[in-house]
Design a protein around this ligand. Structure first.
Ligand code: AMP
Length: 281
């Protein structure tokens, strides 16, 4: 397994692969790898001859300095896991290689980036589209694999890939969960044991919402159920539950059964913010 730390090194390796007729897949991550990431790696392998994992904690997409500072960075464990899993190349640039002095060009998502998480975390998705563009240009993949856990991010990346003619196939994969239903996440490592058991309330509240969806049902009723379920867990603070059109991500007042709908949720445990989502229709 090769480890590249600069865009030039990464581009050179990827060009060699393409020149010898190999299809290249990339799995972009921020590291602290878990079984959810490795499911993306396995999926990538099905679509390509060589798999690149990128590991970069992207300062541009953090809206809180404390979240950036406390984001886990177990790089040695991550490299060992990638090597064991048959990853061909890791791209792990330092921030100075990604954003050298004088850096100023960014990629701005449109309406999809303003909604939902975009409203709660100003600048977040602009940071994501900028870094993913740079990672695409450094790794030069045929295919890129992302998780549906970050539902809005996946929608924005699909849109960006089309809008900017990247010519890369985007593959989305369902969320990988712990046995109690909690979506695997690098941020779960920051939960205390008590917060970790309390966090099962996140999938539970999505279950509770999904159970009562017999169209037509009002979003206000669904939010009330989510609030009641979250209130049963003292360590949880529900930030928001949004019920939206699964394609446009525009908010819906009523789930009427005529179009695909998804519920997106963010819940705080102390200073750790967890997100999850569930298809309702
Ligand atoms: P992150 O390292 O959290 O930025 O995530 C990197 C990629 O892994 C993104 O495409 C995520 O959507 C995906 N991912 C994170 N957690 C999971 C999970 N539990 N199941 C599936 N994909 C995931």
């Amino acid at each position: 397994m090769i480890v590249c730390t600069t865009p030039a090194q990464m581009q050179e390796w990827s060009r060699e692969q393409s020149a010898t007729g190999r299809r290249v897949a990339v799995v972009p991550t921020m590291g602290a790898l878990h079984a959810g990431h490795m499911a993306l790696v396995n999926e990538a392998r099905r679509h390509a001859d060589v798999v690149i994992v990128t590991i970069f904690v992207n300062p541009l997409q953090f809206d809180r300095a404390d979240d950036l500072a406390s984001y886990p960075r177990p790089i040695d464990d991550d490299l060992a896991l990638c090597a064991e899993s048959g990853v061909d190349a890791v791209y792990a640039p330092v921030a100075a290689a990604m954003y050298p002095d004088g850096f100023q060009t960014e990629v701005t998502p449109g309406r999809l980036g303003e909604l939902l998480e975009g409203a709660h975390r100003p600048g977040h998705f602009q940071g994501v589209t900028t870094v993913v563009s740079k990672l695409f240009l450094a790794t030069r993949p045929d295919v890129a694999v992302f998780g549906e856990k970050d539902f809005q991010q996946l929608a924005i990346i699909r849109r960006m890939t089309t809008d900017l003619d990247f010519g890369i196939t985007i593959v989305g994969l369902p969320t990988v969960r712990e046995t109690d239903g909690l979506a695997m996440s690098s941020r779960n490592r920051r939960l205390s044991p008590e917060q970790r058991s309390a966090a099962a309330v996140v999938p539970h509240l999505l279950d509770a919402v999904a159970r009562v969806v017999v169209p037509p049902v009002s979003t206000a009723d669904l939010v009330a159920i989510a609030e009641r379920t979250a209130a049963s867990e003292p360590l949880a603070r529900l930030e928001h539950l949004d019920v939206v059109d699964a394609e446009t991500l525009e908010p819906l007042d009523v789930v009427d059964g005529t179009r695909p709908v998804v519920a997106l949720v963010a819940v705080w445990f102390g200073d750790v913010r967890l997100i999850d989502n569930r298809r309702l229709v």
